[in-house]
Design a protein around this ligand. Structure first.
Ligand code: 6R9
Length: 654
């Protein structure tokens, strides 16, 4: 490790700091004392956070860790998640508060208050009961970003059914695998949704997934009419409006055990079949509510919050549905793509709804950088006060661009590290406390114990790099992989004895702050030095003509691995980005920023990068290109034609 630590400490000399705005610091929901409070008594701290919720029966024990790594939180407690997200706000007199400002891609809108949400969720719950769905049954949800999506999730939670949301962009095969793994009894879908100005079909994909009796557990398919496109109707199908609209809008929620399964969400590992990550009711809701309140400084009376993720990913589950609703927040949901009908659509939405808190992903931010500064400049973004980032390491340049061009230089940017498995944000600045560094997730939140360790599980000193681990159980942690306890233990708890292995590389800087360096599978070994893809990418993105970069290690006879970079130029960079001169300029720039060891052997200028459907760069495929292999599995790619575009560029590559 010593050699790599030395290398890492030479990399990324980022010295910029952004202190919290004074006004925000003064009125912040959470102050620095929260860290001390949680350090002094971690379980007591989480018990106080659980008191944000309304419990029908109080717990006896905060944490049962007698059978690690199988945790039980708030043992003996009982609650209803939907009641906590909806009814209790209505009972508190907040029925007229807007829960969701929904904006369809074609421009149609719906405003849903908490009182309406209560009625809609109750009707949907009654409908599921009529279909025979009972406590513990699984319901697969395959919907676009329309109000019926959170309504269906809450209806399941209300009756104790476990939902499994499958992202609307997944194929019939992917849907079938997930339905069968969860043994779903009902599928809720729509005729389609609007994307890029066109209706995109969903029901046909469900029909394909279910054909020839390949999903024997499925009894009924509920179909929401969204696009009005023609669909094939099967005997097991029922229209949402025929079924749900005639139900009573009264339903009395029943309390369930704190450890009752709330949902399964599949995450595709690098190999093998997708893992069904299981989250349970009490601990999950506690941590998403607390983190949404703390990390975004949410003031539910005045804030308008928008998370641009798809609800089909964990970010949408935790920070569009459960966290914001548990806190009684007013949120925006947008159905479509950011460039429909124009590239300023998101900024127009922020202007229209006077959004105050905005949460998005680095991939989106880098796309906006590529489109040009002049686009957000045309809109009034002065309502914003806190910005968040999630999904990948945010390159310092992207962070600074986001702060400046979206946040007007006045909004703190919180870079939030977490995973489907962690359920909720784990490492992040606090907007009223932390003097944030661009590109750093900084410190574990109060109540979270994280560390960076070497391959012997020893904490690395400040300035060192290694593996990110979590040292103590946390309330929103996954409870297992659905139906596969052994795989749960093997995947997360076997690399280091007694520690949760996140699969991410990280470093701790001289101040002890944490920087994420990407998945450990992506770290490159060049002439005996560990070099992180993230740091070389950040160096490339810090060049004024570069919008996005992806870096991989390619086998090299001399150095073991050599660095190969794929670069998308900024829209404003003009013609000169095609030539050899530009490539030489970029190589020199990396050498100057990070040192000669990090200089890419090869740089390819490309129009697009391969991304997963949740926006993460698929470096594995770029490695195949760099090493001239045929491509591996491309099923989780957003757009497989991207790989053809990249291949077409190869002959001109340096
Ligand atoms: C929430 C989510 C998890 C993986 C995670 C890491 C990467 C997420 C990050 C980040 C650096 C951040 N990741 N947030 N890396 N900085 N702020 O994205 O969940 O889809 O399960 O992905 O995403 O590599 O391990 P999920």
């Amino acid at each position: 490790m010593s050699q790599s630590q030395e290398t890492l400490s030479n990399l990324l000399q980022e010295t910029r700091r952004f202190a919290p705005p004074a006004e925000l610091a003064e009125t912040a929901n959470v102050t620095a004392e929260a860290y001390e409070e949680a350090n002094a008594d971690r379980l007591g701290f989480w018990a106080r956070q659980a008191d944000r919720l309304t419990w029908s029966k109080r717990w006896d024990t905060v944490l049962d860790w007698s059978n690690p790594p199988f945790a039980k939180w708030f043992v003996g407690g009982e609650l209803n998640v939907a009641y906590n997200c909806v009814d209790r706000h209505v009972e508190a007199g907040l029925g007229d508060r807007v829960a969701y400002h929904w904006e369809g891609e074609p421009g149609d809108t719906r405003t849903i208050t908490y009182a309406e949400l209560q009625r809609e969720v109750s009707k949907a719950a009654n409908a599921l009961l009529e279909l025979g769905v009972r406590k513990g049954d699984r319901v697969a949800i395959y919907l676009p970003m329309i109000p019926e999506l959170p309504i269906s999730m809450l209806a399941c939670a209300r009756i104790g059914a476990t939902h499994s949301v499958v992202f609307g962009g997944f194929s019939a095969d992917a849907l079938r695998t997930r339905i069968n793994d969860a043994q779903a009894k009902v599928v809720i879908t729509a005729d389609g949704g609007f994307r890029r100005g066109k209706p995109s079909a969903l029901k046909a994909i469900v029909d394909e997934a279910l054909k020839d009796d390949s999903t024997p557990s499925v009894e009924r398919v509920v179909v929401v009419r969204r696009t009005g496109e023609q669909i094939a109707e099967n005997p097991r199908d029922v229209w949402w409006h025929d079924l749900v609209d005639r139900q009573s809008d009264q339903h009395t929620p029943e309390a369930f055990d704190a450890e009752h399964p709330l949902y399964i969400l599949y995450t595709s590992g690098t190999t093998g079949k997708p893992k069904g990550i299981l989250h349970t009711a009490g601990g999950y809701l506690t941590q998403v509510a607390y983190t949404h309140y703390a990390v975004f400084d949410l003031k539910p009376e005045t804030d308008v919050y928008w998370c641009s993720a798809d609800i089909g990913w964990v970010t949408g589950h935790s920070y569009i549905v459960y966290g914001p609703l548990a806190n009684g927040a007013t949120s925006v949901i947008y159905e479509g793509t950011p460039d429909t009908p124009h590239k300023g659509r998101w900024w127009e939405i922020i202007q229209k709804y006077k959004v105050t808190i905005f949460y998005t992903a680095p991939t989106a931010i880098r796309t906006f950088m590529k489109w040009g500064d002049d686009i957000p400049a045309q809109f009034d973004l002065s309502s914003l006060r806190v910005l968040g980032s999630v999904g990948e390491p945010i390159n310092p340049e992207a962070y600074v661009w986001y702060r400046q061009h979206i946040g007007g230089g006045r909004c703190p940017v919180v870079d939030t590290w977490w995973q489907t498995e962690t359920g909720a944000i784990m490492i992040s600045p606090l907007p009223g406390v932390t003097a944030a560094k661009p590109g750093a997730a900084m410190r574990p939140l109060p109540g979270v114990v994280a560390d960076v360790v070497d391959d012997q599980a020893q904490s690395v000193p400040n300035g060192g790099g290694g593996f990110l681990v979590l040292k103590e159980p946390w309330p929103a942690m996954l409870r297992t992989i659905w139906g596969d306890d052994e795989r749960y233990v093997k995947t997360y708890w076997s690399r280091f004895d007694g520690l949760y292995f996140a699969g991410d590389g990280a470093k701790r800087d001289e101040d002890g702050d944490i920087w994420l360096l990407g998945r450990v599978d992506d770290v490159m070994l060049v002439s005996g030095h560990n070099i992180s893809t993230t740091e070389v990418e950040s160096a490339l993105v810090s060049h004024p003509k570069v919008a996005e970069a992806a870096v991989v290690g390619s086998t090299d006879p001399v150095t073991g691995q050599a660095i190969v970079a794929f670069v998308i130029p900024r829209g404003s960079a003009g013609e000169e980005v095609e030539g050899e001169g530009f490539v030489a300029e970029l190589r020199d720039h990396v050498a100057k920023t990070l040192g000669p060891i990090a200089k890419p052997r090869q740089i390819m200028i490309v129009p697009e990068l391969p991304k997963t459907r949740s926006g993460k760069i698929m470096r594995r495929l770029l490695r195949d290109v760099a090493e001239n292999r045929s491509l591996g599995d491309v099923t989780t790619l957003t757009d497989s034609s991207v790989m053809d575009l990249i291949r077409a560029k190869l002959p001109s590559a340096k």
